[in-house]
Design a protein around this ligand. Structure first.
Ligand SMILES: NC(=O)c1ccc[n+]([C@@H]2O[C@H](COP(=O)([O-])OP(=O)(O)OC[C@H]3O[C@@H](n4cnc5c(N)ncnc54)[C@H](O)[C@@H]3O)[C@@H](O)[C@H]2O)c1
Length: 365
């Protein structure tokens, strides 16, 4: 931990994070058994596939979704297959705070140990019509009372994830019997783990889907902040996945047509990446891209350094964010050097200057 001086912003060496995820290591599936896992949007696609995998390895999985029929049927099937009655479906609309608050409360009550070990903030949509009309607006100048643009994509994929994250911090940090995460503790009966589901569209623009890309960039912003503060403040490990296009109902017919003839990622690799994060409690503050499973010669030709054959899962942070984090650290370094030079005299004079201004000016009005 860094020593804290007057006016300094904590950054850099105070971060608790593990090294890049080594995808050549075997997965310790045993550490999944007995964990209570919440998945938003768990009735379909990635959520349903991860549910199946983790239930097969002994987890108790509680899914929330707007699709009650698919969710109820899935839970009934997996209960039967696993002989475990601790899997549940709960109705959930992630864009509604009361719905999410009730989901977490009920899930903790249903959990065999009264707590939550993992939360996968997964629910998401794409909406071609609202994205299209955003980039093709009507002539507002001629309208008497122009309607506000609709953006369910932001409500679900960003505000919904913010609600899930806030509740996850509240419940994970109070998980009975859990301890602060540590890079040295790879297994334990209890965990405190948040998995954020972003996308490759969270790391680069997606011209046809501006709301989707904005929401997924927002999730990356959450990750980059919480990977610093989650472990420090609440002992929670926060990790993220950034899949490339995968064939699920989310893509719809439009997406499938756009991707026709192109290489896509596979849902099995999304499951593997997410399972690695779940199974190893020493993984803290990492992000994994799930891409096309290409031969090593192709990966190398594209400038990547594969460690397994046909590698699809790549640690993002070590090869991408580190540079910009170093840059940001330098910028903050300038601020901290100035703060050090000014010392407590600077703090007191700034606070004095603020307090001597009218109250509403301090608030920025
Ligand atoms: N499929 C891809 O190519 C891809 C790529 C990168 C990231 N992702 C992300 O992965 C996540 C899962 O997507 P998927 O491909 O499995 O899609 P999917 O459509 O198969 O599953 C999404 C689930 O979310 C549910 N959902 C939608 N709105 C909801 C709401 N308001 N409240 C609760 N549940 C809601 C849906 O009913 C569905 O069950 C999404 O966040 C998506 O953006 C998908």
């Amino acid at each position: 931990m860094e020593s804290q001086e007057a006016g300094q912003i904590p950054y850099g060496s105070s971060v608790i994070r593990s090294n890049a995820v080594d995808v050549s290591l075997p997965i310790n599936y045993k550490n999944i058994a007995g964990k209570t896992i919440l998945i938003t949007g768990g009735a379909s696609g990635f959520g349903a596939a991860c549910f199946q995998q983790w239930a097969n390895h002994g987890a108790n999985v509680i899914i929330g979704d707007v699709n009650a029929q698919a969710g109820t049927e899935l839970v009934a099937r997996i209960r039967k297959e696993t002989g475990n009655a601790n899997h549940h479906f709960l109705s959930l609309d992630v864009s509604s705070w009361p719905s999410q608050a009730a989901f977490f409360k009920q899930a903790a009550k249903l959990s065999p140990h009264g707590g939550i070990d993992h939360v996968m903030a997964n629910a998401g949509i794409t909406s071609v019509p609202e994205e299209g009309s955003f980039q093709d607006p009507p002539d507002y100048a001629t309208m008497e009372d122009p309607p506000a643009p609709v953006h369910r994509t932001l409500d679900i994929n960003l505000t919904g994830v913010v609600y899930t994250t806030h509740l996850a911090i509240a419940y994970l940090s109070r998980n009975p019997g859990s301890r602060n995460c540590s890079v040295d503790e790879h297994t334990a009966p209890r965990d405190r783990h948040l998995i954020l589901v972003s996308s490759l569209a969270g790391l680069s623009g997606l011209p046809s889907l501006p709301f989707y890309a904005t929401a997924k960039h927002g999730v990356v912003g959450l990750f980059r902040t919480l990977r610093i503060t989650g472990a420090l403040k609440s002992g929670i490990r926060v990790n993220m996945i950034n899949p490339y296009f995968v064939e699920t109902p989310l893509l719809g017919i439009d997406g499938a047509l756009v991707m026709a003839g192109g290489a896509m990622a596979k849902i099995e690799d999304v499951i593997e990446a997410t399972t690695r994060l779940v199974a190893d409690q020493g993984i803290i503050g990492r992000a994994l891209v799930i891409g096309f499973r290409g031969p090593s010669s192709v990966a190398k030709a594209a400038g990547l350094q594969p460690v397994v054959a046909d590698q699809a899962i790549w640690d993002v942070y070590a090869h991408d964010f580190e540079q910009s984090d170093v840059f940001v650290r330098r910028i903050i370094g300038v601020t901290n050097l100035i703060a050090t030079a000014r010392g407590w005299v600077g703090v007191i004079s700034d606070v004095g200057a603020k307090l001597s201004r009218p109250f509403w000016k301090v608030l920025g009005y």
